[in-house]
Every structure is written in C-alpha cells, then in structure tokens.
Design a protein around this ligand. Sequence first.
Ligand code: LRH
Ligand code: MN
Length: 426
Amino acid sequence: MEIKEQHIAEVNKGHLDGHRSHFDFLTAHLAKQGKDVNAIIDRLLEFQVAIPSWALGAGGTRFGRFGFQGEPSNLEQKMDDVGLLHQLTRTAGAISLHIPWDVPRDYNAIKERAQAKGIVFDAVNSNTFQDQADAAHSYKFGSLCHLDKAVREQAIAHNLEVIKIGDKLGSKSLTVWLADGSSFPGQHNFQTALQHTEDSLKTIYGQMPGDWKLFIEYKPYEPNFYSTVIQDWGTSFMLANACGERAYTLVDLGHHLPNTNIEQIVSTLMLKGKLGGFHFNDSKYGDDDLTVGSVKPYALFLIFNALVYGMRHNAQNPYPAWMIDASHNIKDPLEDLIQSLEAIQEAYAKSLLVDQKLLEQAQAAHDVAGCQEILQNASRTDVRPLLEKARLNGGGAIKPLEAYRNLNVRTQLIKERGAHSVASGL
Ligand code: LRH
Ligand code: MN
C-alpha cells in the first residue's frame, strides 16, 4: 500500500483555506511577540521520531488481546506501515527494531525499502526478558544480573548479536531494558544483582562499535513486582557513567512512580550530558503505554520545555533519540501513532514558544506568578497551524488522521493482508 502525493494533495484541498487563515492569524500574533515562525517550522520538520516496530499491531494485556485487522505480519509490512505514517505526518522518518521479534531476512532488501520510504534505523532493542525456543538458559530469574555466569554470558552474547544486526542496517545505538529483578523480599541480593548487571553492561559496551551509543532504560516495576535492578534514573545514570562516555540514560515516560517530576530528571541528565533519548507514551497509573499526550499533555509540555532549555544550554549532551514506545489495545495502531506524533510535535512547538529570556528574568526576580504566566502563555497557544504548515512544506497531510480515514488505508491493508494477519511484538 502506497499513498500517492496526489492523494494527499486531494485530501488537503478541503483544508487549505481554513489552514491558511489560522496560520496567518497565528503568524501575525507570534510576530508581535518577536517569534520566528519559519525557524519553528524548520525545527518541527527536522524533528524525526522513531516508530517502534513492536507497536504496529494490536498489543494486549494478561487479560487478553483484541487483534486488529490488516496487521503487518513481517518486517517488510512494518516498514510499509512506518512509510505510510511518514507520508502523512512527515515526522516518522525512523524505525526502532526489537530483536528477535524483527530480524531482517534480507538486509539489502530491507535497507532499500527503508531508503525508498525515507526511513532510517534508530536504536535497536535487545530482548532478554523472554526465553527463545532454542536458548540454552532461561531468563526466568534474570539475564545480565543472573547469579549463573552462563546465563549472563548468553544475555551478553544476545546483545552483541543485536548490535551486529543493527550495524548491518546502519543503526548507531543499542537500547537495553532489563526486566531483571525480584518479586518477593529476600529473593535477590541487591548488590550482587547490580554488580553483575554493571559488569555485563561494561562487557557489552566494551565490544560496541566506536561510533555507537548505549541507551540504558530504567523502570521501577513489571514484570517483577518487588525490585527491579535498573529501577530508576539514578541507577541507570550510575551504570552509564560506569560504562563510559557513549553510554546514556533512556527515559521512558511510563517508567516512573506516580507524580515523579520527569522534567527535573530530564534537566539533571542533560546537565550531566547523560540524556540519551526517550520512549514517548502516556499513562494514568503504571506503564500503561497509552497514546502520547492523551492523559497528561501539560506534563509533556513541561518535559519539552526542559528539553529545549537543555538543547540550548547543554552542549555536553548529544542530540537525543526520539522514539515512541506504546501499546495499542483498543485503537487502530496507525491512528494511535498518528495521534502520538501530533502530541509530540504540539508539545515541542509550544515549548519553542516559551520566552526563555523573560523566564530567566522572572526567575531572578522571584516573580513566581510571572514564571507560570510565561510558561502558560506558550502552552495555551494553539500551535496546530504550525504543525500543519510543517507537514504541508514536507508534502504531508494537513490533517493526517482524517487523511488516513478518507483514503481508507486500513480497508486497503486488510484487503492486502487479510483480516487475521498478526504482528510480532507486545
Ligand atoms: C519495557 C519497555 C521497553 C521495551 C518494551 C517493549 O516496558 O518499555 O522499552 O523493550 O517496553
Ligand atoms: Mn520503553
């Protein structure tokens, strides 16, 4: 399934006038505030988010999975779906693979397919939280932290294999998330588990190509419910420092205990040059992996405000990796991802409107109410005309979700793939 440029031009026709009047009104309003709208639009277009290969089908929970018709049943079809998202949104120009769920059969064919769709390979993800049929050892009681050296070595070898796969595709980073932990007090010796994990990560880091980055993802609980070895940003930060300068902390928005101040974590990691990237999603309670911005859009804005400040003031921190990590239990996966991409672009655009100079002055004057006004002046601005303009400039759809529906993409995918095709992944 390909969406032709003229199809997008066709669906845009009905929205051009509305878009232009909103855009002109907003541009005039922002120009009065000295905002460079064109610079913001360029930033939005260069902002490419990696789509998780494991979130292109219907996810599920332990209570069940409700399949979605026309799911991509192999990596080629997953590339096609990311291509569709990128055609409509112009901000999904990358895919993040999860191994072994998405091992390429034909590397050259996959690379050509990606190139044809303007997609690059972002971080590859290892998986030592599930046992593979042919595995000699089980990860039931951990992987890189395991008491048994043979299990740790198996997990290290898997990560090195994942790097090899990513290297053949042009990826330049490995994300390690470990389910390793315990579900009952007394089950684990915390120190032994952490020391084994550190040594194992250092071994992986030591054999990573010199231009690669290691992203260490933390999570407080699930699937272990008493302790997780890499439970919080501090532990990930400590392990990244122990590994070396090309090891960083990866922030999955859903991996925080309720009411954690994530924007402060982001600021701290950027100041220390150790923020590697993000797994964007939203949540109400736990690691719910909901649509980005669907529950706490203001929290997302505050995180981007910290990011924009960091990207301006912390040259010591590399350009972060932007990735989505969501699971779609009841929504069409592509519609869900289109909404997530919109929410990410919206939060970024609003954060670019924050008058950081004015904020600094208000902070210096301890004008607390003034500080809030400066932030909310930006977050209360309807920036959607800027997102639409960026997409138009990039050849995308003014209203991607509406275009997806008007072009009957899902119906076409079901025709091509059948109603019962199932995607590998969560
Ligand atoms: C763990 C996680 C991790 C992935 C997995 C699919 O909760 O966020 O990033 O490996 O989801
Ligand atoms: Mn994640």
